[in-house]
Design a protein around this ligand. Structure first.
Ligand code: AMP
Length: 309
């Protein structure tokens, strides 16, 4: 595996690969790899001759009071993981390579209206502009045929899809299942910053979603407000966990719904100590009843892990 930190070097390498008829699959990340990242690497590895993973803790998507300085970093561990997953190129540019002139922000940014208003967009103003801008730049640098994103960050996936569509970017955006620890906690690089007590308390997030899933599937609940309250109530039972939001929204527009119908996203964000965690599940309600997608456990079978949209 090659470690590349310059845009020009990466372009040269990928132009050559594409010239030989190889398709490029791309996984953008902020590093501190875990099984969620690995699942995306495997999905890309299964479909492309050349797999590129980027590792860039994007300062543009962090607010001034956020955890940029505390964000976990582990380049040597990440190199080993990416190599073990058969990644061809790890692209890890310094900040000045992506944003010459930083800390002055770039003059050109990408902003996706509407989808970024609610959920994490309310609590993190400017966050999704930072995400959309860096993903646009990375796609322009890498030129992949397909880019892989986790459904753990459901709003981010919706924003990237919309942006790629609106800007006619020649890339297929694929969403992959949310991966959880054995006790249900959604894998996140930020979990490394939880104390043992906080790590234990954080499992309440999954328990809240499960309670919501039971209510819908076994209880036949179709009222979005009652579902929201049940999920929120479970999350407020843990002293160490402060609920930021629990919302029930249409999966495509991310706007609030009153009644569960079609594909609905139940999204939550909570602070556990100084760590902000997000999680979600998707509820499909049709004539046949309701099916809930809570993601997959660690070490799932490698086939079929990543569904095309
Ligand atoms: P990050 O490094 O946290 O920016 O995440 C990089 C990519 O990995 C994003 O597309 C995330 O949605 C995805 N990802 C992070 N955690 C998980 C998880 N638990 N399950 C699936 N995908 C994930």
């Amino acid at each position: 595996m090659d470690l590349i930190d310059r845009i020009a070097d990466l372009r040269k390498r990928l132009d050559a690969a594409r010239g030989e008829g190889r398709t490029v699959g791309f996984v953008p990340t902020m590093g501190a790899f875990h099984e969620g990242h690995r699942s995306l690497m495997r999905a890309a590895r299964g479909r492309h001759e050349t797999v590129v993973v980027s590792l860039f803790v994007n300062p543009l998507q962090f607010g001034p009071e956020e955890d940029l300085d505390r964000y976990p970093r582990d380049l040597s561990g990440d190199l080993a993981v990416a190599a073990a997953e058969g990644v061809d190129i790890l692209f890890a540019p310094p900040v000045a390579e992506m944003y010459p002139g930083w800390p002055a922000p770039p003059a050109t940014t990408v902003s996706v209206a509407g989808l970024t208003d609610g959920l994490c967009g309310s609590a993190r103003p400017g966050h999704f502009d930072g995400v959309a801008t860096v993903v646009t730049k990375l796609l322009a640098i890498v030129g992949p045929s397909t880019a892989y994103f986790g459904r753990k960050d459901a709003q981010q996936l919706a924003v990237v899809r919309r942006m790629a569509g609106d800007l006619c970017l020649p890339v297929d955006v694929v969403g992959c299942p949310l991966v959880r620890e054995a006790d249900g906690l959604a894998l996140s690089s930020r979990n490394r910053n939880l104390s043992p007590a906080e790590r234990e308390a954080a499992t309440v997030i999954h328990r809240g979603l499960r309670a919501g899933a039971d209510l819908v599937v076994a209880g036949g609940e179709r009222d979005a407000g009652r579902l929201r309250r049940v999920v929120a109530n479970v999350l407020t039972t843990e002293e160490l966990v402060r609920l930021e939001y629990a919302e029930v929204v249409a999966a495509d527009t991310l706007t609030a719904v009153d009644v569960l119908d079609g594909e609905v996203l139940v999204a939550v964000a909570a602070r556990v100590g100084g760590v902000r965690l997000i999680d979600n599940m998707t509820v499909h309600v049709g004539a046949e009843g309701a099916v809930v997608d809570l993601g997959v456990g660690v070490a799932p079978d490698r086939e079929g892990l990543c569904a095309a949209r």
